[in-house]
Design a protein around this ligand. Structure first.
Ligand code: DGY
Length: 332
């Protein structure tokens, strides 16, 4: 880097050892070895004196914190793809650049989405739970009418948000014999549509009423907050399943719970929740009853993606302090 003074970089969570080691070589870095999330006070204190803050999706960097940031803070280099936890407008007003880590977790998140698309109708969690920890003779053996799920092949998948992850989900879904339907702000290019044999629905309502499995793959923004509202959930067929690996608040979670409890939809596969890490106890009951498969926000949780995310954070910081526009700048 041109700048002889190493920037002071505060990282809010523990990162893979190789990423932390590289950061240690390049920056004057403060790591979080015990991995406990920063309190609001600790965040404010870090933002008062650091040149760069490296938060993750578990840190809420709102306008109030940003307004109180010290004059040195010039970059918030988030270790995340989703950036809904950072008030990017407030950062821009304060002259702070914000970056994220897109592209490198697309395939892993699409894999986890597909895992849930398969797991819920095929009752995978119920079956695994039945044997895990059970006595050796508790399974009475195969029976023609036992543990029947629903077939995946030939069903209609409706993808809400056909960005990088949505498209990667569509590729997998096609290979599993699902027909691909999607709703997105913009239609994808004709080549991609042809490759995926995908049907575009301008009307989200019409798509929801038609498909068998819904996969939520759009970011959380003010425009997508409760996009899958109570009214829209009511459009789903009673045999339909819903999968969410994006952000919890894209679905009206309370309304979805009521639909599941009243058998107005068949099941849900959720990797994300409205009030993470708190999970509505009624969802836990639904999981016990086999109507929901719940995962603790692990869609992108592979060692490879975390190392790649770390590399992106490092490149964004270095490029910024070399006086260039960082590659993953998030615009307000
Ligand atoms: C992200 O970075 O936005 C992902 O949700 C992490 O899994």
């Amino acid at each position: 880097m041109n700048n002889p003074r190493k920037p002071v970089v505060v990282v809010t969570r523990k990162l893979p050892a190789s990423v932390e080691a590289r950061m240690g070589e390049l920056f004057s870095v403060e790591l979080n070895h015990d991995d406990r999330p920063f309190s609001r006070e600790r965040l404010a204190e870090a933002m008062a004196r650091a040149d760069v803050l490296v938060p993750t999706l578990t840190d809420t960097i709102d306008a109030q914190l940003i307004e109180k940031a010290g004059p040195k803070l010039k970059l918030i280099a988030s270790f995340s793809n989703g950036i809904d936890n950072v008030d990017v407008d407030a950062a821009a007003r304060k002259g702070i650049t914000v970056t994220n880590t897109p592209n490198v977790l697309t395939e892993d998140t699409a894999d986890m989405t597909m895992a849930l698309v398969l797991a819920v109708p095929r009752r995978l969690a119920e079956g695994a739970r039945l044997l895990a920890g059970s006595a050796p003779d508790s399974w009475q053996g195969w029976s023609p009418t036992w543990m029947l799920g629903r077939r995946i092949w030939g069903k209609r998948l409706g993808i809400v948000g056909m960005g990088r992850i949505g498209t990667a989900v569509a590729r997998r879904a096609k290979a599993f014999g699902l027909s691909v339907n999607y709703h997105n702000r913009n239609r994808v290019n004709p080549e991609t549509e042809a490759e995926l044999e995908a049907t575009y629905w301008d009307s989200l309502d019409q798509m929801l009423a038609r498909v068998d499995i819904v996969s939520v793959n759009c970011p959380s923004t003010p425009a997508t907050y409760h996009l899958i509202s109570a009214r829209r959930l009511a459009l789903l067929r009673p045999e339909a399943y819903i999968v969410n690996t994006a952000r919890g608040d894209v679905i009206d979670e309370a309304a979805m719970i009521r639909c599941l409890e009243d058998d107005r939809i068949a099941g849900a596969g959720l990797d994300v929740f409205e009030n993470e890490p708190a999970i509505n106890p009624r969802l836990l009951e639904l999981a016990k009853a086999g109507k929901a498969v719940l995962l603790p926000h692990m869609g992108s949780a592979t060692l490879e993606s975390r190392i790649d995310m770390g590399d992106k954070v490092i490149i964004n910081i270095r490029t910024f302090f070399d006086g260039h526009r960082p590659p993953n700048r998030v615009l307000p």
